[in-house]
Write a protein that binds this ligand. Structure first.
Ligand code: AMP
Length: 366
């Protein structure tokens, strides 16, 4: 890899809060960044100049090719053609193959099952007759999810609320899957960092609580050595299959019999890892940058217990941004229903005290 004037330059497609924190958290590595994003003043523009253009814009992609050593992404819905165009000429981590799989719930489920990783039962739905048959097989306690562009509970229809016809119409009659609802005990995620040329390094499992399909609260570590080992083994199978470099996160349901059921994965840093900024020696953001820049990560360790509360739709007016109990991140975005505007992290050596603080903060602000 060519190093320009001893300074590496990384291109990021997407300038959201994830890109912003990748830049912010890896300051000490003396890396330059170029961000491409179609929106005006995305969160990353607080730290670097962002190029405003579509992801498919050839001029912007050519600029990344000539100016960058590595290109990465801050969200998985970057057009895969853009990644394919780039990866012929510059290192792209994660690559288009991995991203394409994560963009499509059907491909994702098939790769999980191909690696012998359990998922909930599902059926492919391309028409109203597919949907009626799928409901007959899986029952009404199931969810219709669009194969693409579904995140934070978007494009998901709970079948028991609607007839098949209504659900199909509401879905926009788009390529979908019907999946059986899992009666879960809780939800957990595993965050793994895959360096270019050494073994994956894992953070401890994180416990996640969603509201209306959107992550509300994460608490780490979720201590269970057996499940940790199992989640790591599933993660290893997937990243081997995808020939993966960088951070990859898998979200699981933990069912009432203690099984991990894979729900989905993210080929990037993830909301359930935001606690690592305060709760670990190396955050997921810095770790991703180190992995793709081929900087050696000696080890990852966590400090005590951490929690992360998302700030969604509205920024609380009474929030105190300088205090010793919690840390507030404001992404500088305008308020909108169900939009992630920021988050709060709280750490404590004692898990009980941590939960008490989380409840107090939740009550005061949300
Ligand atoms: P997703 O967009 O697939 O990550 O779904 C968002 C959230 O909706 C999940 O984290 C769960 O809380 C809930 N959910 C999604 N799919 C299922 C399912 N098959 N069974 C039970 N809950 C689900």
């Amino acid at each position: 890899m060519e190093i320009r004037e001893n300074k590496m330059r990384i291109g990021i497609l997407g300038g959201g809060q994830l890109a912003m924190m990748m830049i912010q958290m890896s300051e000490k590595h003396n890396i330059d960044f170029i961000v491409v994003d179609p929106s005006d003043n995305p969160p990353a523009s607080k730290y670097v100049q962002c190029i405003k253009s579509d992801y498919n814009d050839k001029g912007s992609l050519d600029l990344l090719i000539t100016e960058c050593d590595v290109v990465t992404i801050d969200f998985e819905n970057v057009p895969s053609e853009a990644l394919k165009y780039l990866e012929n000429k510059v290192s792209v981590y994660p690559g288009s193959y991995a991203v394409e799989i994560c963009q499509d719930r059907l491909k994702e489920k098939n790769i999980f099952n191909g690696c012998n990783i359990p998922t909930t039962e599902f059926r492919t739905v391309n028409s109203i007759s597919d949907l009626s048959l799928a409901i007959e097989i899986l029952g009404n306690d199931s969810i219709l999810k669009s194969r693409r562009l579904g995140y934070d509970g978007k494009n998901q229809i709970t079948i028991n609320k609607y007839s098949a016809e209504e659900a199909w119409r509401l879905s926009g009659e788009t390529e979908s899957i019907l999946e059986k609802k899992v009666d879960f005990k809780t939800e957990v995620s595993i965050i793994g960092v895959c360096p270019k040329s050494s073994e994956t390094i894992f953070y401890p499992l994180v416990e996640n609580f969603h509201r209306d399909g959107i992550l509300n609260l994460s608490i780490a570590p979720y201590e269970n050595p057996k499940l940790q080992k199992l989640a790591e083994s599933y993660h290893n199978k997937i990243t081997k299959e995808l020939n993966y470099t960088g951070v990859l996160v898998i979200e699981f349901f933990l069912d009432k019999s203690g099984n991990l059921i894979a729900n989905e994965m993210a080929p990037r840093v993830h909301n359930s890892g935001h606690w690592t900024n305060e709760g670990a020696n190396i955050s997921q953001f810095e770790a991703h940058i180190m992995a793709i820049a081929d900087i050696n990560i000696k080890n990852i360790s966590v400090n005590g217990n951490s929690a992360m509360l998302n700030i969604i739709s509205k920024m609380p007016k009474n929030i105190n941004k300088s205090n010793n109990t919690y840390k507030v991140y404001d992404y500088g975005k305008s308020e909108r229903l169900n939009r992630k505007l920021g988050h709060i992290t709280i750490t404590n050596d004692d898990k009980k005290d941590l939960i008490e603080n989380v409840n107090k903060i939740s009550k005061s602000f949300f």
